[in-house]
Ligand binder design. Structure first.
Ligand SMILES: [Zn+2]
Length: 365
């Protein structure tokens, strides 16, 4: 074993992670899905004896590979260290002695000084330890969730509702969403997403991306069947898997009338290689889910083709309403997602980018 990760308990709910490169040459490490990522830290198993691991309550994100920003170079015989406050990312119920370990036993690296493309990274097994740590309960809603653009976000309960009913025949009534306005499209009512800030040119673009995604779906009416497009993104067809795919896709479009998420145009939780993120609400009675678009990257995307703006929104909504990736490493990129479909369909149907690419192709973006 030439890559070693050591976990140790530093103080209160903090864990120190040290990765040592024991190879005779330097390596480049892909940060995603590792403790060295700054945004998504769904990479630990934190357990009380035989119980289920504690729930991850941090964000999920859509990434774009950038040679310098998505990787860390580690020279031969050198180490990198990171301290993580578990309270920001996990829900801990009780004060107790937990065992903390890495959820995945490999990382993606390039050996040596080679030029790097995302496809060039290869998995390498890790040697890692389990650390026993005396941890304290976390608040259901932490400061980290609550701060966006350095503002504290209003509590959902403060939002006024109105009692108007849209004139197109909706099959569902949700008063909360009408407060933000909406429009009829064909026979469907489309409520506008709530966006912060709500008054600039980017707000207008984002609102239209969301509406376009939904309008295309209304026009096309997605039917999941055993065809080449399904196979390309979700692998070999069978009834169990295809009904899971249906569920996720219904989930993505389920919020058209009754929305319980809000969008932020932001730089918060945006590393240089982050396009957008979805942060499930830690308590839906108090707060909506949050979908952030990172303005430095999101608005550079096109409206059509793969990795489009509307497709990115579908990716994020699949985290919130389709339950993609709750316990799997997130896989990104066209080629990687096609490989996933070919080799492990079970995995592909749980990976957000596979839905994004499928929908972009199906809906003709
Ligand atoms: Zn994602």
């Amino acid at each position: 074993m030439a890559l070693e990760i050591k976990l140790s308990h530093s103080k209160t709910n903090k864990i120190k992670v040290t990765l040592t490169n024991k190879y005779a040459y330097s390596i480049k490490l892909l940060k995603w899905n590792t403790p060295f990522d700054a945004i998504v830290l769904n990479c630990f198993d934190i357990k009380l004896q035989d119980e289920e691991p504690c729930k991850y309550k941090g964000p999920y994100a859509k990434r774009i590979f950038k040679k310098t920003k998505s990787t860390i170079e580690i020279k031969s015989k050198e180490s990198i260290t990171q301290e993580i406050n578990l309270s920001d990312f996990y829900h801990l119920n009780a004060e107790a002695l937990y065992s903390v370990s890495l959820k995945y036993n490999d990382v993606l690296v390039i050996k040596g000084e080679k030029k790097s493309k995302l496809d060039d990274f290869k998995p390498i097994k890790l040697k890692s330890n389990i650390v026993k740590a005396h941890l304290y309960p976390t608040n259901r809603i932490n400061k980290y969730f609550n701060k966006i653009n350095n503002n504290t976000i209003p509590n959902k309960k403060r939002i006024k509702t109105i009692d108007a009913i849209p004139s197109c025949p909706p099959n569902n009534i949700c008063y909360l969403s009408y407060n933000d306005g909406g429009e009829c499209y064909r026979t469907k009512y489309l409520s506008f997403p709530r966006i912060y800030p709500n008054n600039n040119s980017q707000t207008y673009i984002l609102k239209n991306d969301y509406l376009n995604l939904n309008k295309k779906e209304i026009l096309k009416k997605i039917k999941i069947k055993n065809d080449s497009l399904y196979k390309k993104w979700f692998g070999v067809y069978n009834n169990t898997r295809s009904s899971h795919v249906k569920k996720v896709i219904n989930g993505i479009f389920s919020n058209r009338i009754c929305k319980n998420f809000e969008m932020f145009i932001t730089n918060t939780n945006c590393e240089d290689d982050t396009i957008a993120w979805f942060w499930p609400s830690p308590d839906i009675n108090e707060y909506y889910h949050r979908l952030g678009v990172c303005y430095k990257n999101y608005f550079k995307l096109k409206s059509n083709g793969f990795n489009s703006k509307p497709g990115t929104l579908a990716h994020e909504l699949s985290h919130g309403y389709g339950k993609t990736n709750s316990n799997l490493k997130e896989i990104y990129g066209i080629k990687n997602c096609q490989n996933l479909a070919r080799k492990t369909p079970e995995y592909a149907i749980r990976n957000a980018d596979n839905y994004q690419y499928f929908l972009e192709e199906y809906l003709n973006f």
